[in-house]
Design a protein. Structure first.
Length: 158
């Protein structure tokens, strides 16, 4: 099983989730918390649409059933624990930086890594390395060091 590929797909699903939140007006521009807490559990895709996306992920990426389940668990974990993960990230940003200032790809990577470590019991070092790898692949030149710095701050005592 390729956890890297499944994690990549899970990250894309979390990014899409954030994009849909923005599309449907769920972001509060004036809010330090980036997403209004009372709105964070809304569903944007029907079960039928999610099943279709699962099939597309499975076929396009040649995922095994186990990889697909891991990918799905990443999104579900982020959704179920969004407020707590969000607050944890917020607590470890530099004082003048707000969640709404973070590039959405980087924000999605932070959400995925914290969800995996804190709720899916994945190994910390592997998750941080994977988040940095995905940042190098999909984000800006400064993103890998930013993500590594935030995650190192969150988990400095572990």
């Amino acid at each position: 099983m390729s956890r890297s590929l499944a994690r990549d797909c899970g990250f894309k699903r979390v990014f899409e989730y954030l994009f849909n939140k923005e599309l449907y007006g769920e972001y509060s521009n004036s809010s330090q918390n980036f997403v209004a807490p009372e709105m964070s559990n809304n569903e944007f895709l029907s079960n039928e649409e999610l099943t279709k996306l699962d099939a597309e992920l499975f076929n396009e990426n040649e995922l095994s059933l186990e990889e697909l389940e891991f990918s799905k668990s990443i999104l579900q974990t982020v959704k179920n624990n969004f407020n707590d993960i969000n607050q944890k990230i917020l607590n470890h940003l530099k004082k003048n930086l707000q969640l709404k200032d973070i590039y959405k790809l980087d924000y999605a990577l932070l959400l995925v890594c914290v969800a995996e470590v804190d709720y899916l019991n994945e190994e910390l070092g592997v998750c941080i390395n994977e988040a940095v790898r995905l940042a190098k692949r999909y984000s800006t030149d400064k993103s890998p060091s930013f993500i590594n710095g935030v995650l190192s701050s969150i988990y400095k005592n572990q």
